[in-house]
Design a protein around this ligand. Structure first.
Ligand SMILES: [Fe+2]
Ligand SMILES: [Fe+2]
Length: 142
């Protein structure tokens, strides 16, 4: 009997940016990505899957705007380019959501799940970590 695929992944330290209020924001997003992927592997109906995706989008919107507010406070030098990445991510997720109905086969749904996960987790690991470094390096004083 074929084994049911699983796309669940757990939070690991590599995803930590080291700023507690940010990490506490990232964790529920990871949780929602897992829920989304679970709805795909469990073959839930498209409305349900789409609802999970919308939840990720809503959380990302909220989180990105919070980051951007903090950037202003911190006078982060890469605010503009980082905010541009947020725009790209939201656009990519929105496109995936809009193109959802045509995805028919299980494997294409899985691909969507993996794509969403990669887009966000890579952003946390590779981009968000940069402002954390900036924070650490830049401010000898608080
Ligand atoms: Fe973030
Ligand atoms: Fe970010």
């Amino acid at each position: 009997m074929p084994k049911k695929p699983t796309l669940t992944f757990t939070w690991n330290d590599e995803m930590n940016v080291g700023i507690p209020e940010i990490d506490e924001d990232h964790k529920p997003i990871i949780f929602s990505i897992n829920e989304f992927n679970r709805s795909i592997t469990e073959g839930k109906d498209p409305t349900e899957i789409k609802r999970h995706l919308q939840l990720i989008i809503d959380e990302a919107i909220r989180h990105f705007s919070k980051e951007e507010k903090l950037f202003k406070e911190w006078q982060y030098s890469e605010t503009t380019s980082h905010a541009r990445l947020h725009v790209h991510i939201l656009k990519a997720m929105q496109e995936i959501k809009d193109g959802f109905i045509p995805y028919g086969s299980d494997s294409s749904w899985m691909r969507v799940g993996i794509t969403i996960k990669n887009i966000l987790v890579e952003h946390f690991k590779n981009e968000d970590v940069k402002y954390a470094e900036f924070r650490q390096a830049g401010t000898g004083s608080r």
